[in-house]
Design a protein around this ligand. Structure first.
Ligand SMILES: [Zn+2]
Length: 455
Protein backbone atom coordinates (compact mmCIF):
# COMPACT_ATOMS: atom_id res chain seq x y z
CA UNK A 1 0.00 0.00 0.00
CA UNK A 2 1.36 3.35 -0.94
CA UNK A 3 1.66 5.98 1.69
CA UNK A 4 -0.73 8.86 1.16
CA UNK A 5 0.84 12.29 1.33
CA UNK A 6 -0.99 15.05 3.10
CA UNK A 7 -0.75 18.81 2.79
CA UNK A 8 -2.26 21.04 5.44
CA UNK A 9 -3.62 24.52 4.90
CA UNK A 10 -3.83 26.48 8.11
CA UNK A 11 -1.42 25.99 10.98
CA UNK A 12 -3.38 27.03 14.03
CA UNK A 13 -4.70 24.76 16.74
CA UNK A 14 -6.71 22.76 14.27
CA UNK A 15 -3.74 22.40 11.95
CA UNK A 16 -1.98 20.59 14.75
CA UNK A 17 -4.99 18.30 15.33
CA UNK A 18 -4.94 17.39 11.64
CA UNK A 19 -1.19 16.89 11.58
CA UNK A 20 -1.38 14.67 14.66
CA UNK A 21 -4.19 12.56 13.23
CA UNK A 22 -2.45 12.05 9.94
CA UNK A 23 0.99 11.41 11.31
CA UNK A 24 -0.28 8.81 13.76
CA UNK A 25 -1.80 6.94 10.88
CA UNK A 26 0.72 4.47 9.45
CA UNK A 27 -0.63 5.05 5.94
CA UNK A 28 -0.52 8.81 5.79
CA UNK A 29 2.31 11.28 6.10
CA UNK A 30 2.16 15.04 6.37
CA UNK A 31 4.64 16.57 3.98
CA UNK A 32 3.55 20.19 3.52
CA UNK A 33 2.15 23.07 5.55
CA UNK A 34 0.84 26.42 4.53
CA UNK A 35 -0.22 29.33 6.65
CA UNK A 36 -0.84 32.95 5.73
CA UNK A 37 1.77 33.83 8.31
CA UNK A 38 4.71 31.88 6.97
CA UNK A 39 6.50 31.55 10.30
CA UNK A 40 3.61 29.51 11.72
CA UNK A 41 3.84 27.02 8.87
CA UNK A 42 7.57 26.89 9.42
CA UNK A 43 7.11 26.20 13.11
CA UNK A 44 4.73 23.31 12.49
CA UNK A 45 6.87 21.89 9.69
CA UNK A 46 9.80 21.80 12.10
CA UNK A 47 7.79 19.46 14.34
CA UNK A 48 6.88 16.93 11.68
CA UNK A 49 9.79 15.14 10.15
CA UNK A 50 9.95 15.21 6.39
CA UNK A 51 7.54 18.09 6.01
CA UNK A 52 8.12 21.61 4.78
CA UNK A 53 6.47 25.00 4.86
CA UNK A 54 5.12 26.47 1.64
CA UNK A 55 4.95 30.12 0.63
CA UNK A 56 1.68 29.89 -1.27
CA UNK A 57 -1.34 27.65 -0.82
CA UNK A 58 -1.29 26.78 -4.53
CA UNK A 59 1.96 24.96 -3.93
CA UNK A 60 -0.10 22.59 -1.82
CA UNK A 61 -3.38 22.33 -3.70
CA UNK A 62 -1.59 21.88 -7.00
CA UNK A 63 1.21 19.60 -5.85
CA UNK A 64 0.86 16.42 -7.88
CA UNK A 65 2.61 14.50 -5.12
CA UNK A 66 -0.06 15.15 -2.51
CA UNK A 67 -3.10 12.90 -2.13
CA UNK A 68 -5.01 14.55 0.68
CA UNK A 69 -5.45 18.22 1.47
CA UNK A 70 -6.55 19.17 4.97
CA UNK A 71 -8.16 22.58 5.13
CA UNK A 72 -8.35 23.78 8.71
CA UNK A 73 -11.12 25.95 10.02
CA UNK A 74 -12.29 26.84 6.54
CA UNK A 75 -14.25 30.00 5.93
CA UNK A 76 -15.59 31.59 2.80
CA UNK A 77 -12.04 32.71 2.11
CA UNK A 78 -11.02 29.11 1.66
CA UNK A 79 -13.56 28.32 -0.99
CA UNK A 80 -10.98 28.98 -3.66
CA UNK A 81 -8.45 26.71 -2.00
CA UNK A 82 -11.03 23.99 -1.72
CA UNK A 83 -12.09 24.30 -5.35
CA UNK A 84 -8.50 24.28 -6.49
CA UNK A 85 -7.75 21.11 -4.54
CA UNK A 86 -10.86 19.41 -5.85
CA UNK A 87 -10.04 20.36 -9.40
CA UNK A 88 -6.57 18.90 -8.95
CA UNK A 89 -8.24 15.62 -7.97
CA UNK A 90 -7.27 15.67 -4.31
CA UNK A 91 -9.13 14.20 -1.40
CA UNK A 92 -10.14 17.10 0.76
CA UNK A 93 -10.66 16.98 4.45
CA UNK A 94 -12.01 19.91 6.35
CA UNK A 95 -14.30 20.87 9.17
CA UNK A 96 -17.66 22.47 9.02
CA UNK A 97 -17.37 25.43 6.72
CA UNK A 98 -17.94 28.70 8.43
CA UNK A 99 -19.95 30.22 5.71
CA UNK A 100 -21.19 33.73 6.39
CA UNK A 101 -24.62 33.04 5.06
CA UNK A 102 -26.82 30.41 3.50
CA UNK A 103 -25.81 31.39 0.00
CA UNK A 104 -22.14 30.79 0.73
CA UNK A 105 -22.92 27.55 2.42
CA UNK A 106 -24.84 26.46 -0.65
CA UNK A 107 -21.94 27.43 -2.87
CA UNK A 108 -19.52 25.39 -0.79
CA UNK A 109 -21.83 22.43 -0.84
CA UNK A 110 -22.17 22.77 -4.57
CA UNK A 111 -18.44 22.67 -5.03
CA UNK A 112 -18.37 19.62 -2.81
CA UNK A 113 -21.15 17.72 -4.46
CA UNK A 114 -20.09 18.55 -8.01
CA UNK A 115 -16.93 16.55 -7.62
CA UNK A 116 -16.97 12.81 -7.96
CA UNK A 117 -14.04 12.79 -5.60
CA UNK A 118 -13.94 13.58 -1.92
CA UNK A 119 -14.74 16.50 0.27
CA UNK A 120 -15.39 18.02 3.51
CA UNK A 121 -16.84 17.45 6.87
CA UNK A 122 -19.16 19.02 9.34
CA UNK A 123 -17.42 18.74 12.65
CA UNK A 124 -16.60 21.51 14.98
CA UNK A 125 -13.59 21.80 17.07
CA UNK A 126 -15.37 22.26 20.33
CA UNK A 127 -17.19 18.96 19.94
CA UNK A 128 -14.40 16.78 21.15
CA UNK A 129 -16.26 13.50 20.76
CA UNK A 130 -16.53 14.22 17.08
CA UNK A 131 -12.85 14.88 16.80
CA UNK A 132 -12.27 11.56 18.46
CA UNK A 133 -14.51 10.01 15.88
CA UNK A 134 -12.47 11.50 13.09
CA UNK A 135 -9.39 10.18 14.78
CA UNK A 136 -10.87 6.70 14.98
CA UNK A 137 -11.83 6.72 11.37
CA UNK A 138 -8.58 8.06 10.10
CA UNK A 139 -6.74 4.77 10.39
CA UNK A 140 -8.98 3.54 7.61
CA UNK A 141 -7.60 6.09 5.22
CA UNK A 142 -5.00 4.40 3.17
CA UNK A 143 -5.82 0.91 4.24
CA UNK A 144 -8.71 0.53 1.92
CA UNK A 145 -10.81 3.56 1.49
CA UNK A 146 -10.48 7.20 1.66
CA UNK A 147 -12.99 8.78 3.94
CA UNK A 148 -15.07 11.29 2.21
CA UNK A 149 -16.41 13.90 4.54
CA UNK A 150 -19.59 15.47 3.44
CA UNK A 151 -20.95 18.77 4.55
CA UNK A 152 -23.50 18.41 7.29
CA UNK A 153 -25.69 21.30 6.35
CA UNK A 154 -28.51 21.18 8.79
CA UNK A 155 -27.59 18.26 10.92
CA UNK A 156 -24.87 18.36 13.51
CA UNK A 157 -23.80 14.78 12.89
CA UNK A 158 -21.13 13.82 10.47
CA UNK A 159 -21.99 11.92 7.35
CA UNK A 160 -19.32 9.54 6.31
CA UNK A 161 -18.66 8.53 2.80
CA UNK A 162 -15.95 6.25 1.69
CA UNK A 163 -14.00 6.31 -1.44
CA UNK A 164 -11.87 3.63 -2.85
CA UNK A 165 -8.37 4.48 -3.76
CA UNK A 166 -7.57 4.13 -7.37
CA UNK A 167 -5.31 1.49 -8.72
CA UNK A 168 -4.96 -2.20 -8.07
CA UNK A 169 -3.99 -4.02 -4.97
CA UNK A 170 -6.99 -3.14 -2.83
CA UNK A 171 -8.19 -6.72 -2.90
CA UNK A 172 -4.95 -7.74 -1.26
CA UNK A 173 -5.58 -5.29 1.55
CA UNK A 174 -8.73 -7.00 2.74
CA UNK A 175 -6.87 -9.56 4.82
CA UNK A 176 -7.26 -12.62 2.61
CA UNK A 177 -4.54 -15.23 2.47
CA UNK A 178 -2.74 -15.46 -0.90
CA UNK A 179 -4.71 -18.63 -1.69
CA UNK A 180 -8.02 -17.01 -0.81
CA UNK A 181 -7.09 -13.99 -2.84
CA UNK A 182 -6.34 -16.00 -5.95
CA UNK A 183 -9.51 -18.06 -5.53
CA UNK A 184 -11.51 -14.88 -5.19
CA UNK A 185 -9.87 -13.40 -8.27
CA UNK A 186 -10.80 -16.52 -10.19
CA UNK A 187 -14.41 -16.07 -9.09
CA UNK A 188 -14.30 -12.45 -10.23
CA UNK A 189 -13.24 -13.59 -13.68
CA UNK A 190 -16.41 -15.62 -14.16
CA UNK A 191 -18.64 -14.43 -17.00
CA UNK A 192 -21.90 -14.92 -15.10
CA UNK A 193 -23.38 -16.22 -11.89
CA UNK A 194 -24.12 -14.89 -8.43
CA UNK A 195 -21.43 -14.13 -5.88
CA UNK A 196 -22.70 -13.42 -2.38
CA UNK A 197 -20.94 -11.87 0.58
CA UNK A 198 -22.57 -12.57 3.92
CA UNK A 199 -22.18 -11.41 7.47
CA UNK A 200 -23.84 -9.17 10.03
CA UNK A 201 -23.94 -5.38 9.70
CA UNK A 202 -20.45 -3.92 10.05
CA UNK A 203 -18.61 -7.04 8.94
CA UNK A 204 -17.06 -5.31 5.94
CA UNK A 205 -19.24 -6.83 3.21
CA UNK A 206 -19.53 -3.64 1.18
CA UNK A 207 -15.81 -3.01 1.44
CA UNK A 208 -15.11 -6.44 0.00
CA UNK A 209 -17.57 -6.00 -2.85
CA UNK A 210 -16.14 -2.65 -3.77
CA UNK A 211 -12.62 -3.96 -3.73
CA UNK A 212 -13.90 -6.67 -6.05
CA UNK A 213 -15.51 -4.15 -8.38
CA UNK A 214 -12.38 -2.00 -8.41
CA UNK A 215 -10.43 -5.08 -9.38
CA UNK A 216 -12.58 -5.83 -12.42
CA UNK A 217 -13.40 -2.25 -13.33
CA UNK A 218 -12.04 -1.82 -16.83
CA UNK A 219 -13.33 -0.14 -19.96
CA UNK A 220 -14.46 -3.40 -21.46
CA UNK A 221 -16.91 -4.27 -18.73
CA UNK A 222 -20.02 -2.32 -18.07
CA UNK A 223 -20.71 -2.25 -14.37
CA UNK A 224 -23.86 -0.94 -12.75
CA UNK A 225 -24.64 -0.85 -9.06
CA UNK A 226 -27.94 -0.41 -7.31
CA UNK A 227 -27.70 0.54 -3.69
CA UNK A 228 -29.54 1.99 -0.75
CA UNK A 229 -27.65 4.16 -0.06
CA UNK A 230 -24.61 4.47 -2.32
CA UNK A 231 -21.83 4.02 0.20
CA UNK A 232 -18.73 4.25 -1.89
CA UNK A 233 -18.11 6.14 -5.06
CA UNK A 234 -16.17 4.47 -7.80
CA UNK A 235 -14.90 6.11 -10.90
CA UNK A 236 -16.19 4.72 -14.16
CA UNK A 237 -19.04 2.83 -12.57
CA UNK A 238 -22.65 3.76 -12.92
CA UNK A 239 -24.14 3.83 -9.45
CA UNK A 240 -27.84 4.10 -8.83
CA UNK A 241 -29.22 4.99 -5.47
CA UNK A 242 -32.61 3.56 -4.66
CA UNK A 243 -34.86 4.86 -2.01
CA UNK A 244 -37.72 2.88 -0.64
CA UNK A 245 -39.23 6.18 0.42
CA UNK A 246 -39.40 7.64 -3.05
CA UNK A 247 -40.87 4.44 -4.41
CA UNK A 248 -37.91 3.47 -6.58
CA UNK A 249 -37.41 0.16 -4.92
CA UNK A 250 -34.66 -2.31 -5.65
CA UNK A 251 -36.62 -4.60 -7.88
CA UNK A 252 -37.91 -1.79 -10.09
CA UNK A 253 -34.47 -0.25 -10.32
CA UNK A 254 -33.05 -3.62 -11.20
CA UNK A 255 -35.48 -4.16 -14.02
CA UNK A 256 -34.49 -0.88 -15.60
CA UNK A 257 -30.83 -1.73 -15.10
CA UNK A 258 -31.21 -4.99 -16.97
CA UNK A 259 -32.46 -3.10 -19.98
CA UNK A 260 -29.05 -1.42 -20.17
CA UNK A 261 -27.48 -4.85 -20.41
CA UNK A 262 -24.48 -4.40 -18.13
CA UNK A 263 -21.88 -7.15 -17.70
CA UNK A 264 -21.64 -6.83 -13.96
CA UNK A 265 -24.36 -5.81 -11.51
CA UNK A 266 -23.94 -5.06 -7.85
CA UNK A 267 -27.11 -5.27 -5.81
CA UNK A 268 -26.58 -3.69 -2.41
CA UNK A 269 -28.49 -6.36 -0.58
CA UNK A 270 -30.88 -9.17 -1.39
CA UNK A 271 -33.62 -8.50 1.09
CA UNK A 272 -36.73 -9.96 -0.45
CA UNK A 273 -37.95 -12.55 -2.85
CA UNK A 274 -38.43 -10.10 -5.71
CA UNK A 275 -34.84 -8.90 -5.55
CA UNK A 276 -33.60 -12.46 -5.25
CA UNK A 277 -35.67 -13.45 -8.29
CA UNK A 278 -34.20 -10.70 -10.41
CA UNK A 279 -30.67 -11.52 -9.27
CA UNK A 280 -31.21 -15.12 -10.35
CA UNK A 281 -32.72 -14.09 -13.70
CA UNK A 282 -29.87 -11.67 -14.32
CA UNK A 283 -27.25 -14.31 -13.62
CA UNK A 284 -28.98 -16.88 -15.81
CA UNK A 285 -29.10 -14.40 -18.67
CA UNK A 286 -25.35 -13.91 -18.65
CA UNK A 287 -24.61 -11.30 -16.00
CA UNK A 288 -22.18 -11.50 -13.13
CA UNK A 289 -24.13 -10.47 -10.05
CA UNK A 290 -22.66 -9.43 -6.71
CA UNK A 291 -24.74 -8.96 -3.62
CA UNK A 292 -24.89 -9.34 0.15
CA UNK A 293 -27.10 -11.33 2.44
CA UNK A 294 -27.49 -11.32 6.18
CA UNK A 295 -26.53 -14.82 7.20
CA UNK A 296 -23.96 -15.95 9.72
CA UNK A 297 -22.08 -18.30 7.49
CA UNK A 298 -21.65 -19.29 3.86
CA UNK A 299 -23.82 -22.44 3.82
CA UNK A 300 -26.60 -20.46 5.48
CA UNK A 301 -26.86 -18.29 2.37
CA UNK A 302 -28.04 -21.21 0.24
CA UNK A 303 -30.79 -22.22 2.59
CA UNK A 304 -31.71 -18.57 3.05
CA UNK A 305 -32.34 -18.14 -0.67
CA UNK A 306 -34.47 -21.28 -0.75
CA UNK A 307 -36.28 -20.00 2.30
CA UNK A 308 -37.04 -16.75 0.49
CA UNK A 309 -38.89 -18.78 -2.09
CA UNK A 310 -36.27 -19.34 -4.78
CA UNK A 311 -36.49 -22.81 -6.29
CA UNK A 312 -33.52 -24.96 -5.28
CA UNK A 313 -32.71 -25.74 -8.92
CA UNK A 314 -32.43 -22.00 -9.60
CA UNK A 315 -30.17 -21.48 -6.57
CA UNK A 316 -28.06 -24.42 -7.68
CA UNK A 317 -27.72 -23.18 -11.23
CA UNK A 318 -27.09 -19.51 -10.55
CA UNK A 319 -24.92 -19.33 -7.43
CA UNK A 320 -21.14 -19.54 -7.94
CA UNK A 321 -19.63 -18.63 -4.60
CA UNK A 322 -20.46 -17.40 -1.12
CA UNK A 323 -18.04 -15.53 1.05
CA UNK A 324 -18.88 -15.15 4.73
CA UNK A 325 -16.81 -12.60 6.53
CA UNK A 326 -16.08 -10.78 9.77
CA UNK A 327 -13.61 -8.09 10.78
CA UNK A 328 -11.04 -8.69 13.50
CA UNK A 329 -9.16 -5.88 15.19
CA UNK A 330 -5.41 -6.02 14.72
CA UNK A 331 -2.87 -5.80 17.53
CA UNK A 332 -1.48 -2.29 17.99
CA UNK A 333 2.09 -2.32 16.60
CA UNK A 334 3.20 0.24 19.19
CA UNK A 335 2.48 -1.86 22.26
CA UNK A 336 2.62 -5.40 20.91
CA UNK A 337 4.08 -7.87 23.39
CA UNK A 338 4.67 -11.58 23.56
CA UNK A 339 2.38 -13.82 25.52
CA UNK A 340 2.61 -17.50 26.18
CA UNK A 341 -0.35 -19.47 24.87
CA UNK A 342 -2.50 -20.78 27.68
CA UNK A 343 -4.08 -24.23 27.51
CA UNK A 344 -2.40 -25.35 24.31
CA UNK A 345 -4.38 -28.61 23.81
CA UNK A 346 -7.71 -26.79 24.05
CA UNK A 347 -6.55 -24.20 21.53
CA UNK A 348 -5.29 -26.82 19.14
CA UNK A 349 -8.65 -28.49 19.26
CA UNK A 350 -10.63 -25.26 18.96
CA UNK A 351 -8.75 -24.01 15.93
CA UNK A 352 -7.64 -27.34 14.45
CA UNK A 353 -4.14 -25.95 14.08
CA UNK A 354 -0.67 -26.12 15.63
CA UNK A 355 -0.19 -23.48 18.28
CA UNK A 356 3.14 -21.61 18.09
CA UNK A 357 5.28 -21.11 21.22
CA UNK A 358 4.65 -17.42 21.29
CA UNK A 359 1.51 -15.44 20.64
CA UNK A 360 1.01 -11.68 20.86
CA UNK A 361 -1.27 -9.11 22.35
CA UNK A 362 -1.41 -5.32 22.67
CA UNK A 363 -0.61 -4.04 26.12
CA UNK A 364 -2.54 -0.80 25.46
CA UNK A 365 -0.87 2.54 24.88
CA UNK A 366 -1.56 6.11 23.89
CA UNK A 367 -1.48 5.24 20.21
CA UNK A 368 -4.37 2.79 20.56
CA UNK A 369 -6.20 4.63 23.33
CA UNK A 370 -5.39 1.79 25.68
CA UNK A 371 -7.31 -0.82 23.69
CA UNK A 372 -4.28 -2.77 22.44
CA UNK A 373 -5.77 -2.82 18.96
CA UNK A 374 -5.29 -0.70 15.86
CA UNK A 375 -6.75 -1.29 12.42
CA UNK A 376 -8.83 -4.20 11.23
CA UNK A 377 -8.65 -7.04 8.75
CA UNK A 378 -11.14 -9.48 7.33
CA UNK A 379 -11.48 -13.17 8.04
CA UNK A 380 -13.28 -15.29 5.49
CA UNK A 381 -15.17 -18.48 4.89
CA UNK A 382 -15.05 -19.02 1.18
CA UNK A 383 -17.46 -21.54 -0.27
CA UNK A 384 -17.34 -22.40 -3.95
CA UNK A 385 -20.51 -23.94 -5.31
CA UNK A 386 -19.13 -27.21 -6.59
CA UNK A 387 -21.10 -29.97 -8.30
CA UNK A 388 -21.36 -31.78 -4.97
CA UNK A 389 -22.89 -28.75 -3.33
CA UNK A 390 -25.25 -28.18 -6.25
CA UNK A 391 -26.44 -31.74 -5.80
CA UNK A 392 -26.98 -31.12 -2.08
CA UNK A 393 -29.01 -27.99 -2.81
CA UNK A 394 -31.24 -29.96 -5.17
CA UNK A 395 -31.73 -32.54 -2.42
CA UNK A 396 -32.88 -29.77 -0.06
CA UNK A 397 -29.95 -30.52 2.23
CA UNK A 398 -29.64 -28.53 5.45
CA UNK A 399 -26.98 -25.87 5.92
CA UNK A 400 -25.20 -28.28 8.28
CA UNK A 401 -24.96 -30.97 5.64
CA UNK A 402 -23.74 -28.46 3.07
CA UNK A 403 -21.15 -27.24 5.56
CA UNK A 404 -19.87 -30.75 6.17
CA UNK A 405 -19.50 -31.39 2.47
CA UNK A 406 -17.72 -28.09 1.87
CA UNK A 407 -15.42 -28.66 4.87
CA UNK A 408 -14.47 -32.09 3.57
CA UNK A 409 -13.36 -30.40 0.38
CA UNK A 410 -11.18 -27.94 2.22
CA UNK A 411 -13.41 -25.02 3.14
CA UNK A 412 -12.06 -23.24 6.20
CA UNK A 413 -14.46 -21.87 8.77
CA UNK A 414 -14.27 -18.23 9.85
CA UNK A 415 -12.60 -19.28 13.06
CA UNK A 416 -10.00 -21.39 11.29
CA UNK A 417 -9.30 -18.56 8.91
CA UNK A 418 -9.02 -16.19 11.87
CA UNK A 419 -6.34 -18.43 13.30
CA UNK A 420 -4.15 -17.44 10.38
CA UNK A 421 -3.96 -13.89 11.76
CA UNK A 422 -3.35 -15.20 15.30
CA UNK A 423 -0.50 -17.44 14.17
CA UNK A 424 1.06 -14.53 12.30
CA UNK A 425 0.92 -12.41 15.44
CA UNK A 426 -1.55 -9.95 13.93
CA UNK A 427 -4.48 -10.48 16.21
CA UNK A 428 -5.44 -12.28 19.41
CA UNK A 429 -7.34 -15.46 20.12
CA UNK A 430 -9.90 -13.49 22.13
CA UNK A 431 -10.59 -11.28 19.14
CA UNK A 432 -11.16 -14.21 16.78
CA UNK A 433 -13.42 -15.92 19.30
CA UNK A 434 -15.33 -12.69 19.82
CA UNK A 435 -16.22 -12.20 16.18
CA UNK A 436 -16.92 -15.88 15.52
CA UNK A 437 -18.97 -16.57 18.60
CA UNK A 438 -21.89 -17.69 16.43
CA UNK A 439 -19.79 -20.40 14.94
CA UNK A 440 -20.17 -22.79 17.80
CA UNK A 441 -23.95 -22.45 17.48
CA UNK A 442 -23.78 -23.53 13.86
CA UNK A 443 -20.96 -25.95 14.39
CA UNK A 444 -21.85 -29.15 12.67
CA UNK A 445 -25.41 -29.02 13.87
CA UNK A 446 -27.55 -29.77 10.88
CA UNK A 447 -29.76 -26.94 9.83
CA UNK A 448 -29.20 -24.70 12.79
CA UNK A 449 -27.84 -21.83 10.75
CA UNK A 450 -30.74 -22.22 8.41
CA UNK A 451 -33.24 -21.61 11.16
CA UNK A 452 -31.19 -18.80 12.57
CA UNK A 453 -30.91 -17.08 9.24
CA UNK A 454 -34.62 -17.42 8.60
CA UNK A 455 -35.53 -15.37 11.66
ZN1 LIG B 1 -1.05 0.42 21.53
Amino acid sequence: MNELKVGILGCGKMGRVYADCFSRNPHTRVTAFYNRTYSRAEALAAEYEGSQAMRTWQEITEDADLDIIGICTPSHEHLEQMSSAIEAGKHVMCEKPMARNAEECRRMCKVASASSVKVAVGFQMRFHPVIRKVDELLPRIGTLFHIDFVFGMNRPEVTWRHKSLQGGGVLKELGMSPEECSTFERILGMPHGIVLVTGPTGSGKTTTLYAALSRINDVERKIITIEDPVEYHLRGINQIQVSTKSGLVFSRGLRSILRHDPDVILIGEIRDRETADIAVQASLTGHLVFSTLHTNDAPGALTRLVDMGIEPYLVASSLEAVLAQRLVRLICPHCREEVEPADRPALEQEFAADVPDVLYRGRGCRECQGTGYRGRAGIFEMMLITDEIRALILEHASAGEIRRSATERGMKSLRQDGWRHVAQGKTTIEEVLRVTKDERLNGNGAGSSFRKAAD
